[in-house]
Design a protein around this ligand. Structure first.
Ligand SMILES: [Zn+2]
Length: 321
């Protein structure tokens, strides 16, 4: 049996109770520099746009310039998207206009289990890696939203209008009251992932019980939404070797947890520096006034205002996996 890796059972981040964290400096994954041609073009066009000069993009030495016509229509599309983003930011009372995410990496980063978060047999059995940050040098973070209790139509509208990507981790006992709400989410481009049937403390269960919680949820999502998830998040961030073996047995490839958690009224951080880092995964929950002093849009506002103020864009997690 692998060691039990625990976060606070309430799902909150408590650095002191996170394994192998106390005192030791955190070794973060470093990625090789990967700069795609597309990214250079986007950066050049977007900055030209912002200055109102409509300046041409300059390809890096040795790279082919895209045809002028294609670049023009691309620039026009970026301008239209930016105008829509500015209007939406105003409508939803954001302090700042969210930054547009850079083009996804042409070569996907290699995802491995975070140091101290591996289980026995992690590499030998090629078990799904548990990680909190995607190795990238781009100033992006990923928003992940868990459970499924609150089903706020304003939230769907806000995220579509702002064009903010996110990933959902759903628990069946909460979503089965209204599978349709999450169908709408999926139709808006959100990937629906596995967060077990009943949200149990998995290390307290046998392998067979864990397998049922995880694999029967794969079946529910496939039946309701037509696609079997590749991402699974253990409730409370708690797991052991059986968890990852069970998840792998029914098609799970990754087990992302999180580096920060955002609530409607505060943030919590896993790292000592209490800051965002490139590639960080941010957790929040589908919760409303019943649990929080505010709504989903209030929480998104807090999340986006801080992310934008620190110079980060929100990117789509699946684009990096
Ligand atoms: Zn949860």
């Amino acid at each position: 049996m692998g060691s039990v890796v625990q976060n606070d059972k309430n799902g909150s981040l408590d650095g002191a109770r996170t394994p192998a964290r106390s005192g030791a400096p955190v070794r973060r994954h470093r990625s090789r520099a990967r700069v795609a041609i597309a990214l250079l073009a986007v950066t050049a066009v977007a900055s030209g746009c912002a200055q109102g000069t409509g300046g041409a993009a300059h390809p890096a030495p040795g790279q082919q310039a895209p045809p002028a016509e294609a670049l023009d229509s691309y620039a026009a599309r970026l301008r239209a998207e930016q105008a829509a983003r500015v209007a939406a930011a105003k409508r939803w009372h954001l302090a700042r206009v969210p930054l547009a995410a850079p083009a996804p990496p042409a070569v996907k980063p290699e995802i491995t289990a975070r140091d101290g978060f591996e289980v026995e047999g992690q590499e030998e059995e090629n078990l799904p890696p548990v990680f909190t940050t995607v190795p990238t040098r781009q100033k992006v973070v990923f928003l992940t939203i868990d459970d499924g209790e609150e089903k706020d139509p304003d939230f769907l509208r806000m995220m579509s209008e702002l064009r903010i990507p996110y990933t959902a981790f759903l628990s069946d006992y909460l979503i089965k009251k209204d599978y349709g709400y999450f169908k709408k989410m999926q139709q808006r481009g959100v990937v629906l992932n596995n967060h077990t049937l009943h949200h149990p403390y998995l290390p307290g269960l046998s392998y067979a019980q864990q397998k049922h919680e995880i694999c029967a949820m794969q079946d529910v999502i496939e039946k309701q939404y037509g696609k079997r998830p590749e991402l699974f998040r253990p409730p409370y961030g708690n797991y052991n070797q059986d968890t990852l073996r069970a998840a792998k047995s029914c098609g799970v490839k990754y087990a992302p947890i999180w580096d920060e958690e955002v609530y409607v009224d505060h943030w919590e951080y896993r790292e000592w520096d209490r800051d965002l880092h490139p590639g960080d995964i941010v957790l929040t929950h589908f919760r409303g006034r019943k649990d929080w002093k505010g709504t989903m849009p209030d929480m998104v506002r807090r999340f986006l205002d801080q992310v934008t103020a620190k110079g980060y864009a929100v990117a789509r997690l699946e684009d990096y996996l």
